[in-house]
Design a binder for this molecule. Sequence first.
Ligand code: 5GP
Ligand code: MN
Length: 341
Amino acid sequence: MCAMKLPSHINGPAHKLIDESGKIIVTCHVNPDGDAIGSALGLSLLLQKRDKDVKVIVPNQYPDFLKWMKGSDAIIIYEEDPAIADELLEQADLIFHLDYNSLKRSGPMESILAKVRAKRIMIDHHPEPDDFPELRYSDTAMSSTCEMVYHFIESMGWEKYLDTDAAECLYTGLTTDTGSFKYSTSPDTLKVAASLVALGVKPEVIASRVYDTNTTSKLKLLSRALERMDIIERYKTAVISLSEEDLITFNFQRGDTEGIVNYGLSVLGMMFSAFFYPRDGMIKISLRSKGDFDVNAFARKHFNGGGHKNAAGGMSELSLEESLKKFYKILPSYEEELHNA
Ligand code: 5GP
Ligand code: MN
């Protein structure tokens, strides 16, 4: 049992909204990660125990290493079944927006989500959330949306419905969003983790399912990325890039690039790491930093993106070469900030 975190002005109305809603849809951001899928499934398993008709709809495919979670088989992938998903969204009484702060982050679901009649509840830990939902539980101090879903469930008085399956989903988001409890890990985060372990989660089993699933080709792709790593001592910055050809050579599968950006930041003295690779016809950029260097601001300003202060992402419509050129051109203007970070 942890101290109540859910603000009291949300608790009562959220309870009422859920009570009044028969059909509930739980959604998350595009390119879902462990926190997005874990929070969506954890909450949906709980709502099912409250006899709700609840479905999880996610914008596009997610990595195989998350597909062991209970309820994963029933997830509707919007990109693959837009007609079915649209109908469900149109009929919904209540929609949860988990782990995203703006409809833009729902990718192909943005236009339908903008016009549905359902009431909405956002649970999210990204800065500067939009104000479209009826209820917004937003807290940037939280490690993960999974931690927030735990607090949400607890404030509703529903922790008795949490079973090991739902606890495993929530624990997964805690571990992935904190890099295995290395970042954003407060005493409360560890208390929530402890409560989930007390419900039967085995940390070594989750770690093995999520992290020890490498294929040979994934490790070879990592090897290529490390070969390509450019360490710029002057700006305390590491730049990694993979080309379309690299992805083809090493039989790229969704999720294979996860974590590569962290290697840049693991080099002694680096404060900033940037990773560029082709995805969905554009260049995806992952950014990580240490200390006060704000990659959310950097991604918003230069690469149409966002995220958190120390972990953010963005996109570029330029070619890989042109995107890198743009990055190298911008970097010197951050020299002072990077040295003071
Ligand atoms: P990653 O680099 O792992 O894809 O993302 C790191 C963080 O940045 C996550 O919190 C993710 O939600 C956020 N993020 C990644 N890409 C984008 C983007 O294109 N736009 C915004 N607003 N956030 C992003
Ligand atoms: Mn998250």
